[in-house]
Design a protein around this ligand. Structure first.
Ligand code: NAP
Length: 446
C-alpha cells in the first residue's frame, strides 16, 4: 500500500448527506487515497444529538457534540449541517485556521457567499460547493472550469426536485396542486412545511449561486426575482398542454446584451414558465433536476440527474473532498471566486420574454378589437390568438355557451418587456370587456 501523506478531515453533520459521506469515506478510503494522492483520515463527526437515528451506522467513537477540537489542525472541513449559524461561524473558523472547506449549504452561500469567499481568498484557502446548486449533478465545476474560456449567455435550471415532482404529476394526471402536494408530503418528496420549495426560495438560492459563477458577478439573494408554483392549477396545466407547452419552475440566469450602462447586464429570476414540449427541459420528469446552459461558443449543454438525495449528494461532496485533498498536497493558493465582471443586475420589469395571456371576456362583437387595441397601445404584439366559448359540454361533446356569454381568449405574444406587459394586463383587467384575467405565464426556452 502506498504510504500517502495523511490529511485530517473534519465532518460537521451526519444527517441525510453527512452520514453517507462518512460511510463512503470509511468504506472507500483506500480508493479515495489513490485518487487524491493523500490518505483521508476522518477525525470525527459533529452532530447535535449522539443518539439520533442515522441513515447508516457510523462508529460511535467518531461522533461528538463538540466541533471545536475537530477543527483544530483540520486540513479539510466538510460542512453538512445546513442553516446559517453555527455553520457560518465554524466554516470561517476552519478557513482562518488554514483548512480547505467543502459545503453543500446553498442557504449559507446564497446569503454569506462573498464573506466566506473573501475569507478564503485572504488566507489562500479554497471553498468547494459542487453539491450546493443541483445535488449530484456536476454543474459548479463545468461553469467554473470547463466553461472558463467561454461566455455563458443563459442558464435555465430545474433546480428544485419537489416542485418538478408536483408539476410533473399535475401534468401527467391532471391533478390539482393541493392534492399532489399532500401526496408528495406523504411520500417524502415534500417537507411538512413546503414553503421553501413551493414558493421558490430554494430555487432562488441556487439561482444566485449559479448566476454568480456564470457571470463572474456577486448576485445577492435579494436581486433574484422569485415566484412560486402555488397559483398553478389543473386548468393552467391543461391549457399549457393544449398549446404544446409544459409548466416548469425555472431558475433563469440571463445575460442581457447592452442592457447595462456601457455594457451588458444580467437578470436572475425564478418562476413557473411555459416550456415547449420539444425542449430538453420538458423531458425532465419526477424529482429530477437539470441545468440547461447556453454558451456563446459551446452552444447548448444540458446537465441532468438527481438534484437531491443523501447518497447522490454525497457523491458530489466526495468529489470536492478529493479535489481539496489534491490541492492541499500540491500546495499553493486556492483559486479565488471570480466576481470581476460585476455586471449590473436588472429588475424583472426590464426583462423581455414571450407571454401567454388567458382571459375570460364578454362574448360579443367588438371585444376582440378592444383587446387587440389595448395590447397594441401597450407595445405588446400578438403572435397567436385562440378563442373558445366557455360553457358546458353536452353528451356529444359540443359546447353549450353559458348564459352570461363568456369567451376564453388565449393570446400568445411576441417578445415584450415585462413592465409593458404587466401595465397592459392591468389595463385589460380594467377595460370593462375582460371578466377575468385567468393567467399570465412567461414562455422560456426559445
Ligand atoms: P440534515 O439531514 O438535517 O442533517 C443535518 C446534520 O447536521 C445532522 O446530523 C445534525 O445533527 C447536524 N447539525 C445540525 N445543527 C447542528 C449543530 N448546531 N451542531 C452540530 N451538529 C448539527 O441535513 P441534510 O439533508 O444532510 O443537508 C445537509 C446540507 O446539505 C444542507 O446545507 C442542505 O441544504 C444540503 N443539501 C442537502 C441535500 C439533500 O438531498 N438532503 C441535497 C443537496 C444539498 P443531528 O443528526 O444530531 O440532528
Amino acid at each position: 500500500m502506498t504510504d500517502y501523506r495523511r490529511l485530517r478531515v473534519a465532518l460537521l453533520g451526519a444527517g441525510a448527506v453527512g452520514s453517507q459521506v462518512a460511510a463512503l469515506l470509511l468504506k472507500h478510503g483506500a480508493e479515495l487515497a489513490d485518487r487524491a494522492g493523500a490518505s483521508l483520515e476522518l477525525a470525527g463527526i459533529a452532530v447535535r444529538d449522539l443518539d439520533a437515528p442515522r441513515d447508516v451506522e457510523l462508529p460511535r467513537e467518531l461522533l461528538t457534540t463538540d466541533p471545536e477540537p475537530l477543527l483544530v489542525g483540520a486540513d479539510i472541513v466538510i460542512e453538512l449541517m445546513g442553516g446559517i449559524e453555527p455553520a457560518r461561524t465554524w466554516l470561517l473558523q476552519a478557513i482562518n485556521a488554514g483548512a480547505d472547506v467543502v459545503t453543500a449549504n446553498k442557504a449559507l452561500l446564497a446569503t454569506h457567499g462573498p464573506e466566506i469567499f473573501e475569507a478564503a481568498d485572504q488566507v489562500g484557502a479554497q471553498v468547494y460547493y459542487e453539491a450546493a446548486a443541483a445535488g449530484a449533478i456536476p454543474i459548479i465545476r463545468p461553469l467554473r472550469d470547463s466553461l472558463a474560456g467561454d461566455r455563458v449567455r443563459r442558464i435555465m435550471g430545474i433546480v428544485n426536485g419537489t416542485t418538478n415532482y408536483i408539476l410533473d404529476r399535475m401534468d401527467r394526471e391532471g391533478a390539482e396542486f393541493a392534492d399532489v402536494l399532500a401526496d408528495a408530503q406523504r411520500l417524502g418528496y415534500a417537507e411538512a412545511d413546503p414553503t421553501a420549495d413551493v414558493e421558490g426560495y430554494d430555487a432562488a438560492q441556487k439561482a444566485a449561486i449559479l448566476a454568480s459563477l456564470a457571470f463572474h458577478t456577486t448576485v445577492p439573494l435579494e436581486a433574484v426575482h422569485r415566484e412560486g408554483i402555488t397559483a398553478i392549477d389543473a386548468q393552467m396545466i391543461e391549457d399549457a398542454r393544449h398549446a404544446g407547452y409544459v409548466i416548469k419552475l425555472l431558475a433563469v440566469c440571463e445575460r442581457l446584451e447592452g442592457a447595462g450602462e456601457g455594457g451588458d447586464a444580467i437578470s436572475v429570476r425564478v418562476y413557473p414558465a411555459l416550456v415547449d414540449r420539444s425542449h430538453p427541459l420538458a423531458s425532465v420528469h419526477g424529482a429530477n433536476n437539470a441545468v440547461f446552459v447556453e454558451a456563446e461558443a459551446a452552444g447548448d449543454l444540458m446537465f441532468y440527474g438527481a438534484g437531491a438525495g443523501g447518497v447522490q449528494t454525497a457523491s458530489a461532496v466526495l468529489g470536492d473532498v478529493v479535489s481539496a485533498a489534491r490541492r492541499h498536497i500540491a500546495g499553493g493558493l486556492g483559486v479565488a471566486e471570480s466576481t470581476r465582471a460585476n455586471l449590473p443586475i436588472v429588475t424583472i420589469g426590464h426583462v423581455t420574454t414571450r407571454y401567454q395571456i388567458t382571459l375570460e371576456v364578454d362574448d360579443r362583437p367588438g371585444v376582440l378589437a378592444t383587446v387587440a387595441g389595448i395590447l397594441s397601445d401597450g407595445r405588446v404584439s400578438i403572435a397567436t390568438l385562440e378563442q373558445t366559448v366557455v360553457g358546458s359540454s353536452d353528451a356529444a361533446g359540443a359546447v353549450r355557451p353559458d348564459e352570461e356569454g363568456t369567451a376564453r381568449l388565449v393570446i400568445g405574444t411576441h417578445r415584450a418587456r415585462e413592465q409593458d406587459l404587466s401595465e397592459t394586463v392591468q389595463r385589460l383587467a380594467d377595460s370593462g370587456v375582460v371578466e377575468r384575467v385567468v393567467s399570465v405565464l412567461r414562455v422560456e426556452g426559445d
